[in-house]
Write a protein that binds this ligand. Sequence first.
Ligand code: MN
Length: 206
Amino acid sequence: MGKHTLPEMPYPYDALEPHLDARTMEIHHTKHHQAYTDKLNAALEACPAEIRDRDVEAILSGIGGVPDAQRGAVNFNGGGYDNHRLFWAGMKPGGGGEPGGALADAIGASFGGFAEFKQKFSSTTAVIQGSGWGWLAYSPSSGKVEYRSMPNQTSPRTEGLVPLLGCDVWEHAYYLKYQNRRPDYISAWWNVVDWDEVDARLARAR
Ligand code: MN
């Protein structure tokens, strides 16, 4: 029995309709996120206690310290576990619009404005090759927010960044409703972003 458990969804599976469909949400949570959770636990059982006993954020931030034999599995499944937690909690019914306050200021400082940020995030995430995530992340070293495309389930934490907002562009996130139309899925996803949650993550990261 591993220590990580699948987090409960903060809203019903159909709450983000019509943007994200209920069937996709249910499979994504109960099958995909569950699998990352189980495989993270399995990989950690093969790790020394000093690694196993850390929280997942610390494990990912210090991925280089994970033994060679487990590093790939911990990177993939630990990232999958953490990324999806952030994904569910970063959305809400009736979300969307634009951020305010400190988050709006940080986005303005890095991208020139919200419209410019949204355009860059959408267009760059749409062309990620294969499976991956688009992220808005905070860099503690620069004190700024930045965009990152990450492959597969690799977390921005592995690059010393704090993930603030992620868009999952694995086909499992959108194929039932959008098939090959990834840009349409990304456009719809903006309508459910919970900017208050993203702003709170920035405040904690600072
Ligand atoms: Mn996913």
